[in-house]
Design a protein around this ligand. Structure first.
Ligand code: SF4
Length: 341
């Protein structure tokens, strides 16, 4: 048995504080994960699906909450392979050879386990793709004649998403896409910050206004419309109790981050940042920064190139408003996520 994680409900890394330049993080995100992705031999065939990015790169910066629905529901390892069958909107979970129906077992387990996970303070979840229990997108559902259509969602993944509509959720396969990966990791760190700074520690209108100000440019790389709506909400902060304001802001904030950040939106934000820096730079420095933004826009360099230049100027010219922007450091630099977008 591979021992990279245990079949327990406890985090698989110590809950140590982790900080890094930018100072926007003081706690590791807690991420639910399909247990086979960590290298544990819980699959139907006794194998695993260890994912190197998750176990070798992301692991030091998060706490894993591993779940194997099929093992925890008592189906054992090894076990007969299963698939989804019937109506894609309400599929059954059947063993492929002997046609044993495990739908009720998995559904009952899922309802109970999802309720338990509400006490785990999760900031995101990474599911194994294509699994009849864990797959989120395009899971095969078979007709009685054995024809597959990729229209299903795994039984546990469906129950989870219904119960956690705001939580960032991804499949490990989609995390191979650099843009989706960067987006997902930014969202889990944002969600952790939101909960720590606003919900758990000190709910007040001032804290929410400050949070909104520091996330301005990050929000703008996702959705201008959401940023404007959040701005209107914050402007009317006095009309709400802090708890009401936090609930509405949190929902809209996480919805905004679901919208994909694009090169065009990043360029727009980089130009705003360059505008703020203008008075602090020489003509040569301004030209160099513009060239760097243009190169990124033409996809000649990754995002990290103009951003490194901007961060250098923010630091050396002491521009406090920009120094506080989460956009400059949304996740640990060791992950190098912006070297590929
Ligand atoms: S995909 Fe889900 S159910 Fe299947 S082995 Fe992995 S964790 Fe267990």
């Amino acid at each position: 048995m591979n021992t990279s994680s245990k079949q327990s409900k406890e985090p698989t890394t110590s809950p140590k504080t982790h900080t890094f330049p930018g100072g926007h993080f003081d706690n590791k995100p807690r991420i639910g994960i399909s247990q086979c992705l960590l290298g544990d031999e819980v699959r139907y065939d006794g194998g695993h699906k260890r994912d190197a990015f998750l176990t070798d790169v992301l692991a030091p910066f998060v706490e894993w909450i591993p779940v194997c629905p099929e093992v925890e529901a008592g189906l054992g390892t090894p076990r007969e392979a299963m698939h989804l069958a019937g109506d894609p909107a309400a599929p059954r979970l059947l063993t492929i050879r002997t046609r044993v129906d495990h739908t009720a077992t998995l559904k009952t387990f899922s309802q109970r386990r999802v309720q338990e996970l509400h006490t785990s303070d999760l900031d995101g979840y990474i599911f194994k793709k294509s699994s009849p229990s864990c797959g989120v997108h395009r899971v095969k559902v078979y007709t009685e004649k054995g024809q597959p259509s990729k229209r299903g969602t795994g039984i546990f993944a469906a129950a989870f998403q219904q119960s956690f509509p705001l939580l960032p959720v991804e499949e490990e396969g989609r995390l191979n896409d650099a843009t989706l990966r960067e987006n997902f990791v930014a969202r889990i760190f944002c969600y952790r910050r939101w909960k720590i700074q606003v919900q758990q520690q000190r709910i007040s209108r001032g804290v929410i206004v400050d949070f909104h100000t520091r996330h301005k440019y990050l929000l703008l790389t996702h959705s201008r419309a959401h940023y404007d709506a959040l701005g209107k909400l914050v402007a009317k902060a006095g009309q709400y109790t802090p708890a009401e304001l936090a609930a509405q802001y949190g929902e809209l904030f996480m919805e905004a981050l679901k919208v994909k950040a694009t090169v065009k939106k990043h360029v727009n934000v980089l130009q705003h940042l360059a505008g703020h820096l203008k008075t602090f730079l020489s003509a040569d420095e301004r030209a160099e920064l513009q060239e760097s933004i243009t190169d990124y826009h033409r996809l000649l360099t990754p995002l990290t190139v103009p951003l490194t230049l901007i961060k250098h100027y923010v630091r050396t010219r002491s521009v406090p408003y920009l120094a506080d922007q989460v956009y400059l450091n949304p996740h640990p630099k060791e992950l190098m996520l912006r070297n590929h977008v």
